[in-house]
Unconditional design. Sequence first.
Length: 538
Amino acid sequence: MSVTTRQAELIGSAELASLLDHANQLVGATGRPDLIERLSRARARLAGRGMRVVLVGEPGQGATSLARVLDQVRANRLPGATFTDARGRPGPNQARTPDPGSADVALFVTDAGHEYGQPELDALARLRAQGLAVVGVLTKIDIFPRWADVQRANRSRLQAANLDAPPIPLFPVSAALGESGSRGDESVAAASGVPQLVDFLRDRVGTNVEPALRDSVVAEIRAVTEELGRGWNGELDTVQSAGGSAQDRQQRAVAELDRRQQLSVNWQLALGDGATELMAQVDFDLRDRLRTVMVDAEAEILKASPVKQWPQFDAWVRGRVAESVQANFQLARERSRKLAAQVAAQLAGNPDGSHIGVALPDVRVNNPDEALRQIKPMPPLESSKGGVVARAVNSLRGSYGGVLMVGVLTSLAGMVLINVWSVAAGVLLGVFTFWEDAKNSKERGKAEARMAVSKLTDEANFRVGDDLRTQLRAVHRTLRDHFTVINDQRLRAAADTARTAADAAQYNGGQRSTRLSGLQNNLAELRQLQARLPNHRG
């Protein structure tokens, strides 16, 4: 079958709603609540789209009251919509019209007490000229019992003025009844016509849809149609197969169901073991990389004390830490995707060990930018605060001690306290003390630098490790949820096939023909739906 490709850009909200309705009709005959739920979620996402609705009408027609009631009702049906009065200035005998580009839909509001006249027809013509989706609303039907006659007359006037191609819907509503119904009386709410108007806006009025939302809804519909196609084609093959007896086909179907039940156990074990190993491997890799940074930093510290160039050394160390962390997170991404493929292969159960037939999830491990920002620069070293003056004072103290010690010894030989030998000893001890202080200061600086680097890597391990474990737990949940859905679908399909094979074994000729006809009709309608999807080739 060849199907003309449709451009996704041409699909609006009304067409998407129609596609969802079509898919719901097909799913309704299968008794598959999981598929119904998927379509319901897609419809809810579509209903949440943005829609700017402007109410156009002359003062006193009930537009303001209707806008207030619509805003109350929209939360459950059309949460992304906004309802406002037109802000433009009316001309003589003219209703306000919105500024071009300021709205997606225009509700043209008149009360049900009078028919359209020339001013109303002119206003509708201006709205149509702006390219807006236009919906006519007759208000105050609780006050004017002849609203149905007015509705028919308005339709005739629209046709006479050539404004009814395409037709403008005309909705009778009562804002007063709608406000009463919003407080919990469903019968009053239905009589007001407001819920019907909101449903029409949601499902039948075409507006532009964001590409991401459009693609999401279309992908959901396509996934449902593919699931339906697999089930119906499998049943069709079973019913019309000429090879083997009906009992043989039933045995093969039951054996396949047993095999998939075993695969259901296998992939869960693979995921549990793999997630534990993934956490351990990535955590060890992070600690190993940070340990390498520590070793390299210590090697640089041994070459030369970084005290004098501490800001540059700090930037270098933190740069190495950031590189190591980024490499670790890249490893986490690769191992997460590898784990996804391994689990998919266990679920697929293919003889070659591949995961063909089981889609892989979109596994994400985000960059740890926030964790890295929380790692503060290393503080200045305490040893950098002492300088030459402190060492000179210590040298002077040592020199003084040398003079006294040697002077006392030489005085025993009859020499004065201050002599050549005591002065020479003082000079030597002063120089030695200065050299020793410089050496000790350098060693203290290196020790403090090693301690600062150790604290930095510990902080990085704490901050980044916590972020990493959080994201890996999210990966585990993503894989679990993704493969649980697929596993449930595969088990349900196998169970349906086994049940179909059991039924087929009991079919007589007439029953088989009836079922074949039903399956062929279902598949034909399914192909029609698939042909309506954008970018689909059959």
